[in-house]
Design a protein around this ligand. Sequence first.
Ligand SMILES: [Zn+2]
Ligand SMILES: [Zn+2]
Length: 353
Amino acid sequence: MVSIPHRFKFKTVNMPPTPQEVDERFDAHAYVRAIKTHQKPAMKDYKLKKLNILFVTAFHLLALYGLFTKLTVAKWQTYAWTIFMINLSGLGVSAGIHRYWSHRSYKAKLPLKIFLTACYMLAGQLKIIHWVRDHRVHHKYSETEADPHDTRRGLFFAHLGWFMCEKSPQVSEKGRQLDLSDVLNDPVAAFHDKHFELLRLFFCYILPSDIPVYFWAEDAWVAFLANCVRYVWVLNITWSINSFAHRMGPKPYDRELMPSENQYVSLVALGEGWHNYHHVFPYDYRSSEMNHFLNPTKKFIELMARIGLAYDLRTPSDDLVRKRVLRTGDGSHETWGTVAGVPVLADCSERGY
Ligand SMILES: [Zn+2]
Ligand SMILES: [Zn+2]
């Protein structure tokens, strides 16, 4: 009999699952087979991007050095500023480039669009058009050769290995086929694209490092290293959605997908770790149907809607979610868990679901 990891254990109401049901359900996880059977390319087949490797290594070393040496002598205002900037740049990634630009899960008025773009630039990541293209390809071709950070190639590749090497021809080809006209025709994205290097230099490197020096006379080297810590932290949190949230956690919405519900990633990524749900309903501005407190991005978008800066917030109906859970979930949904497609809650119809 297969030994079942804790996250696959069933909810039982009247009777426990039979050993055969356990085996069937465990085998049904396509992602387990995908990882076991996928032939990773040999190391020599990866075309390394030496500049990216140098860049990412240097910033990680600076961040580690700063974290364990200079930050111990930083002023309290610098700590507060760093945490504030982490959240602001995180918001630029979650509410901005992800839920707004990539998925169009809500509409934003110009001031909000500009604010989110500025926050996103603090994070110092790719051009909007490139981030959106890669992310849409990721959703459309998850866990295939055309997925920019194909999780089947291992945790390291999904996390940051992909950033260190050239894209596979399939990723480039599928990216070229996507419709990105919504971004190409957006004046804010066009402005960002035109002045990308200058804006990134200012928002990601100069502004966060200079404010502490100017306003509370922080040592310039300490302020610079604190910003390196922030920058590297936000990069890793963004990457953790592609790595940890694609490998670890239950799959209440679709057991055949690798993306999982990962509360730890949600905790640090402003609610972006509810990734099984997100891959099933990517257009939902909440990225989770549950009213988790670990989803501050949802609260932020709702606040923006309340003050009139966001509108047309998109969500699937509860009935659609329920049907999907019953049809393809792995049984871990707290209300509608199933065993091999059969509702565990035998009385669910009586309960009005
Ligand atoms: Zn994903
Ligand atoms: Zn997404």
